[in-house]
Design a binder for this molecule. Structure first.
Ligand code: SF4
Length: 369
Protein backbone atom coordinates (compact mmCIF):
# COMPACT_ATOMS: atom_id res chain seq x y z
CA UNK A 1 0.00 0.00 0.00
CA UNK A 2 1.40 3.40 -1.04
CA UNK A 3 -0.41 5.52 1.55
CA UNK A 4 -3.30 7.97 1.09
CA UNK A 5 -3.36 11.64 0.12
CA UNK A 6 -5.02 14.01 2.63
CA UNK A 7 -6.49 17.49 1.76
CA UNK A 8 -3.20 19.41 2.27
CA UNK A 9 -1.57 17.15 -0.36
CA UNK A 10 0.62 15.18 2.08
CA UNK A 11 0.86 11.41 1.65
CA UNK A 12 0.26 9.40 4.84
CA UNK A 13 2.23 6.26 5.67
CA UNK A 14 0.35 2.92 5.29
CA UNK A 15 -0.08 2.39 9.10
CA UNK A 16 -1.63 5.82 9.52
CA UNK A 17 -3.78 5.25 6.44
CA UNK A 18 -5.11 2.07 8.02
CA UNK A 19 -6.07 3.97 11.19
CA UNK A 20 -7.90 6.60 9.16
CA UNK A 21 -9.71 3.97 7.08
CA UNK A 22 -10.90 2.13 10.19
CA UNK A 23 -12.07 5.43 11.72
CA UNK A 24 -14.11 6.19 8.60
CA UNK A 25 -15.58 2.68 8.73
CA UNK A 26 -16.56 3.32 12.38
CA UNK A 27 -18.12 6.64 11.36
CA UNK A 28 -20.13 4.83 8.68
CA UNK A 29 -21.42 2.24 11.14
CA UNK A 30 -22.39 4.99 13.60
CA UNK A 31 -24.32 6.65 10.81
CA UNK A 32 -25.98 3.32 10.06
CA UNK A 33 -26.92 2.83 13.73
CA UNK A 34 -28.25 6.34 13.81
CA UNK A 35 -31.45 5.15 12.12
CA UNK A 36 -33.45 5.48 15.40
CA UNK A 37 -32.54 9.20 15.49
CA UNK A 38 -33.63 9.62 11.89
CA UNK A 39 -36.89 7.80 12.59
CA UNK A 40 -37.51 10.04 15.62
CA UNK A 41 -36.83 13.17 13.62
CA UNK A 42 -39.16 12.11 10.79
CA UNK A 43 -41.88 11.13 13.26
CA UNK A 44 -41.69 14.41 15.20
CA UNK A 45 -41.91 16.46 12.01
CA UNK A 46 -44.93 14.43 10.96
CA UNK A 47 -46.54 14.67 14.40
CA UNK A 48 -46.27 18.47 14.47
CA UNK A 49 -48.46 18.56 11.39
CA UNK A 50 -50.72 15.54 11.85
CA UNK A 51 -51.20 14.87 15.59
CA UNK A 52 -54.71 13.62 16.33
CA UNK A 53 -56.86 15.97 18.37
CA UNK A 54 -58.04 13.99 21.41
CA UNK A 55 -59.92 15.34 24.43
CA UNK A 56 -57.19 14.31 26.88
CA UNK A 57 -54.25 15.34 24.80
CA UNK A 58 -52.14 18.51 24.79
CA UNK A 59 -51.31 19.89 21.34
CA UNK A 60 -47.63 19.65 20.35
CA UNK A 61 -45.63 22.17 22.47
CA UNK A 62 -48.45 22.54 25.05
CA UNK A 63 -48.10 21.23 28.62
CA UNK A 64 -50.15 18.06 29.24
CA UNK A 65 -52.35 17.63 32.33
CA UNK A 66 -51.11 14.49 34.19
CA UNK A 67 -54.64 13.88 35.57
CA UNK A 68 -56.02 13.74 32.02
CA UNK A 69 -53.16 11.55 30.81
CA UNK A 70 -53.59 9.08 33.68
CA UNK A 71 -57.39 8.94 33.35
CA UNK A 72 -57.24 8.36 29.60
CA UNK A 73 -54.51 5.74 29.84
CA UNK A 74 -56.48 3.73 32.42
CA UNK A 75 -59.65 4.01 30.32
CA UNK A 76 -57.82 3.04 27.12
CA UNK A 77 -56.56 -0.27 28.50
CA UNK A 78 -58.32 -2.97 26.41
CA UNK A 79 -60.65 -0.38 24.84
CA UNK A 80 -60.66 1.82 21.73
CA UNK A 81 -60.22 5.59 21.51
CA UNK A 82 -63.73 5.86 20.05
CA UNK A 83 -65.27 4.08 23.05
CA UNK A 84 -63.31 6.11 25.59
CA UNK A 85 -63.95 9.68 24.36
CA UNK A 86 -67.44 10.10 25.82
CA UNK A 87 -66.46 8.43 29.13
CA UNK A 88 -63.43 10.68 29.48
CA UNK A 89 -65.50 13.80 28.83
CA UNK A 90 -68.14 12.66 31.33
CA UNK A 91 -65.52 11.93 34.02
CA UNK A 92 -63.70 15.27 33.72
CA UNK A 93 -67.03 17.11 33.75
CA UNK A 94 -68.17 15.29 36.89
CA UNK A 95 -64.72 15.33 38.50
CA UNK A 96 -62.50 18.09 37.06
CA UNK A 97 -59.52 17.25 39.31
CA UNK A 98 -58.03 14.19 40.95
CA UNK A 99 -59.21 15.60 44.33
CA UNK A 100 -62.81 15.66 43.03
CA UNK A 101 -62.55 12.06 41.85
CA UNK A 102 -61.01 11.00 45.17
CA UNK A 103 -63.97 12.58 47.03
CA UNK A 104 -66.58 10.73 44.93
CA UNK A 105 -68.36 7.64 46.30
CA UNK A 106 -67.07 4.38 44.83
CA UNK A 107 -70.59 3.30 43.78
CA UNK A 108 -70.96 6.51 41.74
CA UNK A 109 -67.62 5.95 39.99
CA UNK A 110 -68.61 2.34 39.22
CA UNK A 111 -71.97 3.47 37.88
CA UNK A 112 -70.41 6.05 35.56
CA UNK A 113 -67.85 3.49 34.40
CA UNK A 114 -70.54 0.93 33.51
CA UNK A 115 -70.20 -0.19 29.90
CA UNK A 116 -66.42 0.34 29.67
CA UNK A 117 -65.71 -3.18 30.95
CA UNK A 118 -62.87 -4.54 33.11
CA UNK A 119 -64.45 -3.20 36.26
CA UNK A 120 -61.46 -3.79 38.52
CA UNK A 121 -59.93 -0.86 36.62
CA UNK A 122 -62.66 1.44 37.91
CA UNK A 123 -62.11 0.34 41.49
CA UNK A 124 -58.34 0.84 41.15
CA UNK A 125 -58.88 4.17 39.42
CA UNK A 126 -60.79 5.40 42.43
CA UNK A 127 -58.24 3.98 44.89
CA UNK A 128 -55.41 5.58 42.91
CA UNK A 129 -57.17 8.97 42.92
CA UNK A 130 -57.39 8.72 46.73
CA UNK A 131 -53.69 7.90 47.11
CA UNK A 132 -52.62 10.73 44.77
CA UNK A 133 -54.93 13.18 46.54
CA UNK A 134 -53.93 12.18 50.07
CA UNK A 135 -50.31 11.09 49.81
CA UNK A 136 -49.14 13.36 46.98
CA UNK A 137 -51.47 16.30 47.53
CA UNK A 138 -53.01 15.79 44.08
CA UNK A 139 -49.70 15.87 42.19
CA UNK A 140 -48.93 12.72 40.18
CA UNK A 141 -45.40 11.37 40.61
CA UNK A 142 -43.35 11.63 37.42
CA UNK A 143 -40.99 8.65 37.67
CA UNK A 144 -41.88 5.14 36.56
CA UNK A 145 -40.84 3.45 39.81
CA UNK A 146 -43.13 5.58 42.00
CA UNK A 147 -45.97 5.50 39.47
CA UNK A 148 -45.92 1.69 39.55
CA UNK A 149 -46.61 1.73 43.28
CA UNK A 150 -50.01 3.34 42.65
CA UNK A 151 -53.14 1.13 42.42
CA UNK A 152 -53.93 -0.04 38.88
CA UNK A 153 -50.71 1.26 37.33
CA UNK A 154 -48.59 -1.45 35.71
CA UNK A 155 -45.49 -1.30 33.49
CA UNK A 156 -47.21 0.07 30.40
CA UNK A 157 -49.33 2.73 32.12
CA UNK A 158 -46.40 3.94 34.23
CA UNK A 159 -44.23 4.31 31.13
CA UNK A 160 -47.04 6.05 29.22
CA UNK A 161 -47.67 8.57 32.02
CA UNK A 162 -43.95 9.27 32.57
CA UNK A 163 -43.48 9.80 28.86
CA UNK A 164 -46.67 11.58 27.81
CA UNK A 165 -47.35 13.67 30.92
CA UNK A 166 -43.78 14.38 32.02
CA UNK A 167 -41.76 14.14 28.79
CA UNK A 168 -39.44 11.48 30.19
CA UNK A 169 -37.78 8.93 27.88
CA UNK A 170 -39.63 5.66 28.55
CA UNK A 171 -40.40 2.54 26.55
CA UNK A 172 -44.06 2.84 25.65
CA UNK A 173 -45.48 -0.09 23.68
CA UNK A 174 -49.21 -0.21 23.06
CA UNK A 175 -50.92 -2.30 20.36
CA UNK A 176 -50.35 0.35 17.68
CA UNK A 177 -46.66 0.70 18.47
CA UNK A 178 -46.27 -3.07 18.60
CA UNK A 179 -47.58 -3.24 15.03
CA UNK A 180 -45.40 -0.39 13.74
CA UNK A 181 -42.22 -1.90 15.23
CA UNK A 182 -43.06 -5.40 13.97
CA UNK A 183 -43.30 -3.95 10.46
CA UNK A 184 -40.33 -1.59 10.66
CA UNK A 185 -38.05 -4.52 11.48
CA UNK A 186 -40.08 -7.38 9.89
CA UNK A 187 -40.21 -9.44 13.05
CA UNK A 188 -41.35 -12.88 12.00
CA UNK A 189 -41.73 -14.43 15.44
CA UNK A 190 -45.47 -14.47 16.19
CA UNK A 191 -47.01 -12.47 19.03
CA UNK A 192 -46.98 -12.83 21.99
CA UNK A 193 -43.57 -14.57 21.79
CA UNK A 194 -42.15 -11.59 19.90
CA UNK A 195 -42.81 -9.11 22.72
CA UNK A 196 -39.23 -9.35 24.01
CA UNK A 197 -37.82 -8.75 20.50
CA UNK A 198 -40.16 -5.80 19.96
CA UNK A 199 -39.05 -4.35 23.29
CA UNK A 200 -35.39 -4.60 22.28
CA UNK A 201 -36.03 -2.59 19.14
CA UNK A 202 -38.25 -0.18 21.06
CA UNK A 203 -35.43 0.46 23.51
CA UNK A 204 -33.30 1.98 20.73
CA UNK A 205 -36.18 4.15 19.62
CA UNK A 206 -37.41 5.33 23.02
CA UNK A 207 -34.41 5.45 25.32
CA UNK A 208 -31.42 5.40 22.96
CA UNK A 209 -29.14 8.41 22.49
CA UNK A 210 -30.27 11.84 21.26
CA UNK A 211 -33.78 11.72 22.76
CA UNK A 212 -35.83 14.76 21.87
CA UNK A 213 -39.45 15.44 22.95
CA UNK A 214 -40.15 11.88 24.23
CA UNK A 215 -43.80 12.71 24.90
CA UNK A 216 -44.50 13.76 21.32
CA UNK A 217 -42.44 10.88 19.92
CA UNK A 218 -44.42 8.22 21.82
CA UNK A 219 -47.70 9.79 20.75
CA UNK A 220 -46.52 10.14 17.17
CA UNK A 221 -45.98 6.36 16.94
CA UNK A 222 -49.40 5.75 18.50
CA UNK A 223 -50.95 8.06 15.91
CA UNK A 224 -49.04 6.47 13.05
CA UNK A 225 -50.39 3.05 14.06
CA UNK A 226 -53.92 4.41 14.40
CA UNK A 227 -54.07 6.38 11.15
CA UNK A 228 -51.45 5.15 8.65
CA UNK A 229 -49.85 1.88 9.76
CA UNK A 230 -53.30 0.37 10.33
CA UNK A 231 -53.85 -3.37 10.82
CA UNK A 232 -55.33 -4.22 7.43
CA UNK A 233 -54.39 -1.63 4.79
CA UNK A 234 -51.34 0.39 5.82
CA UNK A 235 -50.95 3.57 3.75
CA UNK A 236 -47.24 3.06 3.20
CA UNK A 237 -46.98 5.57 0.34
CA UNK A 238 -47.66 8.47 2.70
CA UNK A 239 -45.86 7.04 5.74
CA UNK A 240 -43.20 9.43 7.07
CA UNK A 241 -40.80 6.57 7.87
CA UNK A 242 -41.31 4.32 4.86
CA UNK A 243 -37.66 4.74 3.84
CA UNK A 244 -36.61 3.01 7.10
CA UNK A 245 -39.29 0.32 7.01
CA UNK A 246 -38.34 -3.21 6.04
CA UNK A 247 -41.93 -4.34 5.58
CA UNK A 248 -42.40 -1.55 3.00
CA UNK A 249 -39.95 -3.41 0.77
CA UNK A 250 -42.00 -6.61 0.96
CA UNK A 251 -45.05 -7.56 -1.09
CA UNK A 252 -47.50 -7.22 1.81
CA UNK A 253 -46.55 -5.24 4.95
CA UNK A 254 -49.96 -5.97 6.48
CA UNK A 255 -48.99 -9.58 7.26
CA UNK A 256 -46.95 -8.25 10.21
CA UNK A 257 -47.17 -8.74 13.14
CA UNK A 258 -47.54 -12.52 12.94
CA UNK A 259 -49.93 -13.90 15.51
CA UNK A 260 -50.36 -17.36 16.95
CA UNK A 261 -53.74 -18.87 16.04
CA UNK A 262 -56.28 -18.06 18.73
CA UNK A 263 -57.25 -20.88 21.07
CA UNK A 264 -60.91 -21.76 21.32
CA UNK A 265 -62.30 -20.13 24.45
CA UNK A 266 -64.37 -22.09 26.99
CA UNK A 267 -68.16 -21.72 26.83
CA UNK A 268 -69.79 -21.08 30.21
CA UNK A 269 -73.48 -21.05 31.10
CA UNK A 270 -75.60 -19.66 33.92
CA UNK A 271 -79.20 -18.89 34.77
CA UNK A 272 -80.03 -15.23 35.47
CA UNK A 273 -82.93 -14.91 37.86
CA UNK A 274 -85.27 -12.07 36.96
CA UNK A 275 -87.39 -11.18 39.99
CA UNK A 276 -90.45 -9.15 38.99
CA UNK A 277 -92.80 -7.57 41.50
CA UNK A 278 -95.07 -4.50 41.15
CA UNK A 279 -93.19 -3.09 38.17
CA UNK A 280 -89.92 -3.54 40.01
CA UNK A 281 -86.96 -5.71 39.06
CA UNK A 282 -84.59 -7.55 41.39
CA UNK A 283 -80.88 -6.80 41.18
CA UNK A 284 -77.84 -7.35 43.39
CA UNK A 285 -74.39 -5.88 43.94
CA UNK A 286 -71.85 -8.48 42.91
CA UNK A 287 -69.08 -9.47 45.33
CA UNK A 288 -65.98 -7.21 45.19
CA UNK A 289 -63.75 -10.08 44.07
CA UNK A 290 -64.40 -11.95 40.82
CA UNK A 291 -65.89 -11.04 37.46
CA UNK A 292 -67.78 -7.73 37.36
CA UNK A 293 -66.86 -7.31 41.03
CA UNK A 294 -68.69 -4.47 42.78
CA UNK A 295 -71.05 -3.91 39.83
CA UNK A 296 -74.80 -4.38 39.93
CA UNK A 297 -76.55 -7.10 37.95
CA UNK A 298 -79.19 -9.79 38.00
CA UNK A 299 -78.55 -12.59 40.49
CA UNK A 300 -77.16 -15.61 38.62
CA UNK A 301 -76.27 -19.20 39.32
CA UNK A 302 -72.58 -20.10 39.21
CA UNK A 303 -70.96 -19.63 35.77
CA UNK A 304 -70.03 -23.18 34.73
CA UNK A 305 -68.75 -24.99 31.67
CA UNK A 306 -71.54 -27.57 31.64
CA UNK A 307 -75.09 -27.10 30.37
CA UNK A 308 -77.40 -25.73 33.05
CA UNK A 309 -80.71 -27.52 33.80
CA UNK A 310 -83.52 -25.31 32.54
CA UNK A 311 -86.95 -25.45 34.10
CA UNK A 312 -89.72 -22.99 35.01
CA UNK A 313 -90.45 -19.72 33.18
CA UNK A 314 -87.54 -19.96 30.80
CA UNK A 315 -87.59 -18.80 27.16
CA UNK A 316 -84.90 -20.14 24.82
CA UNK A 317 -85.26 -17.14 22.47
CA UNK A 318 -84.23 -14.70 25.19
CA UNK A 319 -80.83 -16.12 26.06
CA UNK A 320 -77.78 -13.95 25.38
CA UNK A 321 -74.12 -14.80 24.80
CA UNK A 322 -71.36 -12.43 25.89
CA UNK A 323 -67.65 -12.85 25.18
CA UNK A 324 -65.15 -11.94 27.89
CA UNK A 325 -61.39 -12.08 27.28
CA UNK A 326 -60.89 -15.71 28.27
CA UNK A 327 -64.34 -17.26 28.00
CA UNK A 328 -67.86 -16.76 26.67
CA UNK A 329 -70.93 -16.80 28.88
CA UNK A 330 -74.50 -17.64 27.88
CA UNK A 331 -77.14 -16.33 30.26
CA UNK A 332 -80.60 -17.90 30.35
CA UNK A 333 -83.19 -15.64 31.98
CA UNK A 334 -85.58 -17.31 34.42
CA UNK A 335 -88.58 -15.18 35.41
CA UNK A 336 -89.89 -15.31 38.98
CA UNK A 337 -92.88 -13.33 40.24
CA UNK A 338 -91.32 -12.67 43.58
CA UNK A 339 -89.29 -10.12 45.55
CA UNK A 340 -85.65 -10.04 46.55
CA UNK A 341 -83.63 -7.69 48.82
CA UNK A 342 -82.82 -5.09 46.18
CA UNK A 343 -85.64 -4.08 43.84
CA UNK A 344 -85.56 -1.07 41.48
CA UNK A 345 -88.19 0.40 39.18
CA UNK A 346 -88.40 -0.98 35.64
CA UNK A 347 -87.98 2.55 34.33
CA UNK A 348 -84.74 2.99 36.29
CA UNK A 349 -83.03 -0.05 34.79
CA UNK A 350 -81.64 1.74 31.70
CA UNK A 351 -79.74 4.27 33.81
CA UNK A 352 -78.89 2.06 36.78
CA UNK A 353 -75.29 1.45 35.60
CA UNK A 354 -75.58 -2.18 34.50
CA UNK A 355 -72.36 -3.61 33.01
CA UNK A 356 -72.59 -4.63 29.34
CA UNK A 357 -73.41 -8.31 30.07
CA UNK A 358 -76.52 -7.46 32.08
CA UNK A 359 -77.43 -4.49 29.88
CA UNK A 360 -77.51 -6.88 26.91
CA UNK A 361 -79.80 -9.22 28.82
CA UNK A 362 -82.02 -6.38 30.01
CA UNK A 363 -82.38 -5.04 26.45
CA UNK A 364 -83.35 -8.53 25.33
CA UNK A 365 -85.98 -9.14 28.00
CA UNK A 366 -87.47 -5.74 28.87
CA UNK A 367 -90.20 -5.83 26.23
CA UNK A 368 -91.31 -9.22 27.62
CA UNK A 369 -91.91 -7.98 31.14
S1 SF4 B 1 -44.07 1.93 5.61
FE1 SF4 B 1 -46.03 0.95 5.83
S2 SF4 B 1 -45.67 -0.85 7.06
FE2 SF4 B 1 -43.90 0.49 7.27
S3 SF4 B 1 -44.30 1.68 9.13
FE3 SF4 B 1 -45.02 2.86 7.39
S4 SF4 B 1 -47.18 2.33 7.14
FE4 SF4 B 1 -46.23 0.79 8.47
Amino acid sequence: MEGIIVPNGAVLKPRLSKVILSLSFFAMSVAKNDTPSLIREAMLNWYDRHARVLPWRARPFEKPDPYHVWLSEVMLQQTTVGAVKSYFEKFVTLWPSVHDLADAAQETVMKEWAGLGYYSRARNLHKCARVVAEKYDGVFPSDIKTLKLLPGIGDYTAAAIASIAFDRPAIVIDGNIERVISRLYIIDTPLPDSKRIIRNYAEHLFVGENQNRPSCFAQSLMDLGATICTPRSPKCMICPINQYCKAYKTADPSIYPFKKPKKKIPEKHAIAIIYIHNDKIGIETRPEKGMLGGMIGFPTTEWVEVDVPLTGEYKESLKIRHVFTHFALTLYPLFLSDETDMMIGKDEMDTAGLPTLFKKLWNMIKSEI
